[in-house]
Structures are given as C-alpha cells and as structure tokens.
Design a protein around this ligand. Structure first.
Ligand SMILES: [Zn+2]
Length: 332
C-alpha cells in the first residue's frame, strides 16, 4: 500500500514539473535555453572520431552538463595513398603493387588501418586497381588507385635482302596479334604495315641499300573490341638496312693489269674487291673499304681471271653474290 502511494506521488510530481516547463516555454522562450556555464565540467567517456581523406579526426570527451568538448588528441587526416608501381607487363600472374599511406603530416599510416583488395590485377583490357578501405577506429575512408597491365614489348630481330625486310620476334604472353609499323624518321610518323598472328613478317618491295625503321607492338582485343597495345618508345624501333644491289663490274685488261669498274651503288658505304680462284673455289680479298668505284689489280696471271666486287651498306652487310656475277678478264 505504501508503495502505491509513493508511486502516485511520483507521477504527480513529474506531471507538475512537466507542466511548469511547458508554461515557461509558453511565457515567451523563443529559443531553447542556453546551457549555463559549468562550474565544474563532468567529462564522459572517451570517444574517437576517425580521420578521413584529408580531414583530421580526434579523440575527445564531452562534458555531461554543458556539452563542451575536451580534445585529447588530433588524428591527422589521410594525406596520400600511393602504389609502388603503376605499370606492369602481363605475365599471367596477379600483380600486387605495395600501397603506401601517409597522413597529411607525411607520417606513414600502418597497414593495420586498412585493407587492400586488388581488382582485375591479372588481366589485360580491364580497369585494374587497388581498392583501399580504411575501417579502423582511427581512420575511415576508401580509395581506388589505378594501375595498368599491358602486354610486354616484342623483342624484334631483323634480316634483310636487297628488296625485303624480314622481322621476327618472340611470342609475347597474352598477345592475340602483332602490329607492324614503319617509322618515318623525318616526319616522325608511324605507318601501319600489317597485323599478324604470326611471330614473323616480311615486308617486300623495299629499295636496296636503304635504311628503314620498324616497330612491332603486341596487342589484345577485349570483349568490347577495344585494343590494348604494348607500349613503346622511340628506342623500341628496329633499324633495317636493306642490302645493296651487287655492283655490275666491267673488267678492262691492259697488259698484265686488270681495271675493274662499276657504277655507284645506292646505299653503298664502301666496296670490297675479290679474286675468285677457280681451282679452290675461294674468294681471295684484294682490297677492302674502297670508296671509289674502280680499282686496278696489277700483275695478274696469264689466262682467265675472275673478280667479284661487293657493295657494303651502312650497317656493314655486303651485297649478295654467286659465281654468275663474276667479272671475267683474259690476260695474255
Ligand atoms: Zn560542462
């Protein structure tokens, strides 16, 4: 019985207080009451407001009476989120560049504060990135840091004849096709020569004794028909110097001397003169590094002598030859 009375009194009291407050508002308090300054703050529990992207966080306590904050420490905001590398070559394996995070003051934020997930980090032709999520007590933010996986550059070797350039390269992992360009050094333009699935390509109808530049790029076409070509720089061009045409040699006999002469050969840096020994079937060098287009061989043996002149291009490769192009000289 005592309990019931007690409760009834409590209820009455609460109602009474509530009524007073209401009437106080009614009497002209337009705005809620400003809290009175505390005589003595009563700080509650310690709370952490996490730092974000470029935004400081804090560890603080709030006064239970007036709401004033006491900041215990400031957590510097997240400043930079970087990857150890942003360019990779496809190798069929997952690429996982290291993530480095620094706060706005330049101090490293430890990896315990974030998780890194790599997306499409094994393929060519998709958006590849590291997804970095800060979900610790001290930090809250999310970042994407993009990087590329491209096909490796084909390593190209060159073989030339007087009229053709044969390019050959190693298979590039992940490549579907290869694209060949001819590079014009004066216009600095690339002209597409061909696309191929093969690991070699021969470009025909080139001029003899001429320097050409080629570039081979591996490429991959994704489901949306977008092409992803291997990167390149000017250093990746291969130089191809076609062989010079064989000089057409005329032999003139004067006593025991044989004068060999020929027209200037396009692209020839120098000439080399040989005598052909029919018995041993060997070419014996007479003179090398000759710039002139004629040469006199003195004191030649009686009978039929054979000679060969080869034109060497700027790459130091000699014109093709066989016994059909020998110059014949009969010394009496
Ligand atoms: Zn207070």
């Amino acid at each position: 019985m005592k309990k019931i009375i007690c409760s009834a009194i409590s209820v009455l009291l609460v109602l009474c207080l509530f009524g007073t407050t209401l009437s106080a508002f009614a009497e002209g308090w337009d705005t809620p009451p400003v809290p009175f300054p505390c005589d003595e703050h009563v700080f509650g529990q310690t709370t952490t407001e996490p730092a974000g992207a470029g935004k400081n966080g804090k560890v603080y306590q709030k006064c239970k009476n007036c709401g004033e904050e006491k900041v215990l420490s400031v957590i510097p905001g997240i400043g930079s989120v970087t990857l150890s590398a942003t360019q990779f070559y496809y190798n069929g394996k997952a690429h996982t560049p290291t993530v480095t995070v620094k706060d706005v003051k330049g101090n490293v934020i430890g990896a315990s504060h974030y998780t890194v997930t790599y997306v499409n980090n094994k393929v060519v032709g998709k958006k590849t990135y590291a997804h970095i999520v800060f979900d610790s007590e001290k930090y809250s933010a999310a970042y994407n840091r993009y990087f590329t996986i491209s096909l490796a550059k084909p390593v190209v070797s060159v073989k030339t004849s007087a009229a053709a350039v044969a390019l050959r390269w190693q298979k590039v992992a992940g490549a579907q096709y290869y694209r060949i360009y001819q590079y014009n050094t004066s216009t600095k333009k690339y002209v597409r020569v061909a696309n191929t699935k093969n690991l070699s390509y021969t470009i025909k109808n080139k001029a003899a004794g001429t320097t050409y530049y080629y570039l081979v790029r591996a490429y991959f076409v994704n489901a949306n028909k977008q092409e992803f070509l291997s990167p390149y720089t000017v250093k990746d061009h291969v130089k191809a110097v076609t062989l010079c045409k064989a000089p057409a040699v005329k032999a003139t006999v004067s006593g025991k001397n044989v004068t060999l002469s020929w027209g200037k050969v396009t692209g020839a840096a120098y000439y080399r003169v040989f005598r052909y020994d029919v018995k041993t079937q060997k070419y014996i060098g007479i003179v090398n590094g000759l710039k002139a287009t004629s040469y006199t061989v003195k004191n030649q043996a009686k009978g039929t002598n054979y000679y060969l002149v080869r034109a060497f291009n700027v790459a130091g490769a000699g014109s093709a030859y066989n016994t059909k192009i020998l110059a014949k000289a009969i010394v009496k």
